[in-house]
Design a protein around this ligand. Sequence first.
Ligand code: C2E
Ligand code: MG
Ligand code: MG
Length: 609
Amino acid sequence: MTISCHINEARRLQALRKLNLLDTPPSEAFDRITRMAARFFNLPIAAVSLTDSDRQWFKSRVGVEHTTIPRMKAPCGEVADSRDALVIPDLLADAHYCDSPLAAGGIRYYAGAPLVTQDGHCLGALCVLGETPRATTAEELGSLQDLAGMVMAQIEMLHAMGRVDPVSGLPNRTQFIEDFDDMQKDRPSGEWRLAILINLATPEQLAHAARAMDSVYLDELVNDAAAWIGDEIGARKVYHVATTQFALLAEPGVTLDACLQVIEAKIAGAIAAIKTSFVATPAVGVAPFEVGKADCLSVLRRAQSAVHDAIDASVHVAVYSAHEDRLYRRRFTLLGDFALALASGDQLRLVYQPRIDITSGLCVGAEALLRWNHPSLGAIGPAEFIPFIERSRLAQATTAWVLETALDQQLAWRAAGVALQLSLNVSAANLLESDLAGRVSEALDRRGLPRDCLELEITESAIMEQPAKAHATLEAIAASGVHLAVDDFGTGYSSLSYLQRMPADVVKIDQSFIRELESDPRQQGLVKAMISLSQDLGHRVVAEGVENEAVLTFLREAGCDEAQGYWFARPLETEVFTAWYVGRIVAQAQQLALNMAAMPVAPVTPALP
Ligand code: C2E
Ligand code: MG
Ligand code: MG
C-alpha cells in the first residue's frame, strides 16, 4: 500500500468511527432497507456491511446469523477501497474470491453498492448474496445503488440529529468538539488560535426571563442572536454550544488585539440587533490556545471563565486570565472542601478577640472568629472563605456550628467564673431563616445560659439584601433578649433611617475608619460624628481595629464606649484568651491596689455613741 493509500484509509476509518455506528444494536430503519434489497433481488441474504480495519461488521442483516466476518477477501472490503459497485456473478469462478471465506461458506453470487459519505469516504457496502451463480441487470444494480443512498441518508440524518441545535439550526457543542479535534490534526502544531464564546445573557437575566416569560421568548432571543451572528460571521463557523451561548474560532493568524477590536465594534451592533435586548447583556470571552496541545473542553471552560470575568467587570469582552481562573477554581474547591470541614470535627475552630470598655479598661466581651485549617492547603483566613460560604447553602450550617461551639465555650467560661458577652458574626442568608431567633434562644436555653450573654453581629449590607425579611428576624432576636450589633458600620449603605429603626444595641465602626485615625483630621471628624450620631440614636459604639495608643486616646476623648483591636490583643486561641483575660484582671487588680495605696488616708472620725 502506498503512503497516500494509508492516509486515505486512516481518514476513512476515522470518518467511520466518528459516526458511532460500529457495534451498535440493530435498527428497524436500516433493516427495512436491507429487506427491500433482498426482496428486490429475490435473494436470501442482504446486509449493510461496514468496513472496519480488520472486519466487515453488519449494521443490518437478512439471512445471516453472524454480525461480522474478516475483512480479508471480503468483497465489501473491495467496495470500500474502490468506492465502486461490485458484482461477482460466481465467486467460485472468480480468481480472487474463489478461495474466500464467503465461497467456502457456500456463497456463489455477490452484488454490493458503496456506502459513501458526503465527504467522499466509503464506509462499506449494501450487499446482496446468493447461493447460486447469477447475472445482474442494470436496473437491479441501479436499485441497489439507490438503496445504498437511502442507507447513507439514514446514517447522515442520525448523525446530524445529535449535532444540530433544534432551536437555532446551528451545529452544536458535540460538533464543535469534533471539529476542534479535526482542526488540531489539520493545522500546524504550535500555532496560536483564539476561541470565542458569546454569552447572550447573565444567569440572573436568564432566571428572570424564565420566570416572567414562556420559553418561546428565550427561543426568540437565541434565534435573533443566531441570525445576527450568522450574518456577521458566517453560520458555518458558529456553534450553538449551550442554551444561550455560541462559540467560534477566530481565523488563523488573527491576533488578540485585532480580535478584541472587532468584537468590541460588533457587540454594539449585536445589542441593537437582538430585539429582546432589554433583558440581555451579551458578554464575550476569548481564550487563546496552542494548536496541537489544546483540549477542547478545557478551552471552552477557559472561554467560559473569561465570559464570567466580563460579566463581573461589567464589560463586553474579557480575555481568559489564568490568575482569575486559578482563584475561581480555588474558591470552587474550597467550597466543596468546606462542607467536609464542617463534618470533620477537627478542621474548624473559633478564636476570640477581646472587647474593652474604654472608660474602665475592663474586658467586657469577646468576638468569636472562625478559623479553618485545611488538610492540604493549611490555614485559610475567613476573609477568603466566608464571602463565598455566605452565598452558598452552607451559610446556615456554618452559623449553626459557630453558635454551638461558641455557646459551649461560653458555658465553660461561665462555669469558671468568667462572665463575658460573646459576639458571633451572622450572614445575610441567616437573616432569611424565619426560625433564626428561635434556634438561637433554644441553643442558649438548652445550656441554661442567659439570653443577654450573646450578641449577634450583622453587617449593613446583609440587612439591605432583603430589608423587610431581615428586619422581621432582627426584631424577633431583639425581642428574645439576645443583643444585636451592626458590624462594619460605615462601609455599607449607612442609611440613617435604617439605623434609627434597627433594634441594635451596638454599632461597630469599621476598622477602615479607625486604623489610621491619628493622622487624618477629616477621618477624625467623621468618626466623631459617627460616634455621637449612633449614641444619640441609643446605641453603644465599639471601634474596631484599634492598633495604637494614640487612636485609643482619640476614641476615649470622642466618647467612644468600647474598643477592639491588636493594641489590646489579636484574636486568641481559647486557652491563650483565658490566660490573657486572667492576666489582665490580675494586672488591673494590682494597679487598683497600687492606686489605693497611694491615696491619702483620711483621718478616722470616732463613731458617735
Ligand atoms: P469582622 O467581623 O469585622 O471581624 C473583625 C476582623 O478584623 C477580624 O478578622 C479580626 O481579626 C480583624 N481585626 C481585629 N482587630 C484588628 C486590628 O487591630 N487590625 C487589623 N488589621 N485587623 C483587626 P478575621 O478574623 O480575619 O475575620 C474577617 C471577617 O470574616 C470578619 O470581620 C467577619 O466578617 C468574617 N467572619 C469571621 N468569622 C466569622 C464567622 O464565624 N461567621 C461569619 N459569618 N463571618 C465571620
Ligand atoms: Mg464581626
Ligand atoms: Mg467588623
